[in-house]
Write a protein that binds this ligand. Sequence first.
Ligand SMILES: Cc1cc2nc3c(=O)[nH]c(=O)nc-3n(C[C@H](O)[C@H](O)[C@H](O)COP(=O)(O)OP(=O)(O)OC[C@H]3O[C@@H](n4cnc5c(N)ncnc54)[C@H](O)[C@@H]3O)c2cc1C
Length: 458
Amino acid sequence: MRLVVIGGVAAGTKAASRAKRTRPDLEVTVYQAEPEPSISECGLPYLLSGTVASREDLVSRTPERFAEKGVEVKVRHRVEELDAEGKTLAVRDLETGRLFEDRYDRLVISTGAKAILLPVPGANLEGVYPLRFLTDADRILSHAKVHQPRSALVVGGGYIGLEVAENLLARGLEVSLVEAADRVALSYGEEVAEKVGAHLEEKGVRLFTGISVEEFLPDGEGRVRAARLGDGRELEAGLVVAGVGVKPEVGLAQAAGVKLGQTGAIAVNRRLETNLPDVWAAGDCAESINLVTGEPAWHPLGDTANQMGRVAGTNAVLSEGGDDEALEFPGTLGTGVFKVFDLAVGKTGLSERAAREAGLDAVTVGLEAPSRAGYYPGGEPVFLKLIAERGTGRLLGAESVGAVDGGSADKQIDVSATALWGRLTVGDLVNLDLAYAPPFGPALSPVIQAATVLSGKV
Ligand SMILES: Cc1cc2nc3c(=O)[nH]c(=O)nc-3n(C[C@H](O)[C@H](O)[C@H](O)COP(=O)(O)OP(=O)(O)OC[C@H]3O[C@@H](n4cnc5c(N)ncnc54)[C@H](O)[C@@H]3O)c2cc1C
């Protein structure tokens, strides 16, 4: 049997490796357009500051390592056409330009997501880059090295923009961040967003919210020198990193007749099968189900991509009639955490706004608790907001922010995510049996404290 995987980062390489382990006699080829497979894209911001010392540190496995395991990975090869009826692919060798045909018995599409480009004049000037792939980081670093800009502008206050702002500042640049919405960290509630915005400014990032970049202005040599904002102001910027979001990379699949879902990503069932026979999809290019609302969701995250890759890779090589062994991917909560300077910021499930938009009657509580027993040194305040459904008390979501060192925001979020996964109510959370000793938290965890208050409100 021959398996072809299109796209070789988190979902694709996981699917290929898993498939090969499941069926050692399998012939498997991964086509990957970028020059490296298995890139830890989550580490890219830290390459910009040197926190991650070398780009090689972010390539967890080379094609040679894959070959040792019997998986062929062809980098700089882009699949340009897919004929799902004939089970053939047209593949471009990006080194030589040669186009050739390949065939498959089973196919996994894991083409990921692509950066949204800023639709403003000057966005294609030298010095204006997205940060999606390792090659984008290469371009940013090379520009910074060669042209030594004094100041940088980050466009977009989502988690990637915030991570980039921190790392460019650590590199020694003056950093401004422009966000069109009225606050950064927009997928969070106002309490968290305010803390993050204030922290950014405290650390020396010039923050502009509620205003858009209208245009990038060139210097005499065609490189970016400034951005013009909606109110006419000019911001000097010898380097611009745009983090204005991503969208699923689905052009190839769509042209071949693969059905997209309402989020614009590939529609799959729980086995990650697409509408076409013998074609699976996994990772950022694929839709999933929001486990809180039951509605289609698109959560482009690295851990999710890996989990989906495992399911798709297993199912793609099952023998006819091997249904009993099929794996299922139940859905996602959109759980995430990021670091911005000294803060850890995380969330899971629905924000208060998302809950209301989903037609749920949301009740919330936000509280600040110490991350260790009050008398034990080194504690930091941690903010936790829980969102629950009025009447039923079902937990709908959680957000937390606290110090990176000595705070426990990630712990609050992981406990809450597990509670969401189990569809627990705030009443259940009140009596959770969690680990306690003074160096690790207060006697009652912030999750229990918040749930206790909230259970009186729901
Ligand atoms: C800066 C940054 C920071 C991030 N931080 C985090 C984090 O902290 N936590 C987290 O959970 N997630 C994070 N993510 C998201 C995470 O990196 C992605 O969710 C994950 O990489 C998705 O993996 P994937 O395999 O689905 O797709 P991708 O990583 O997008 O890989 C798909 C690959 O397929 C290739 N491809 C596309 N079309 C074709 C074709 N036709 N032929 C051949 N190859 C093709 C692409 O070139 C690409 O290399 C971050 C992302 C970025 C960019």
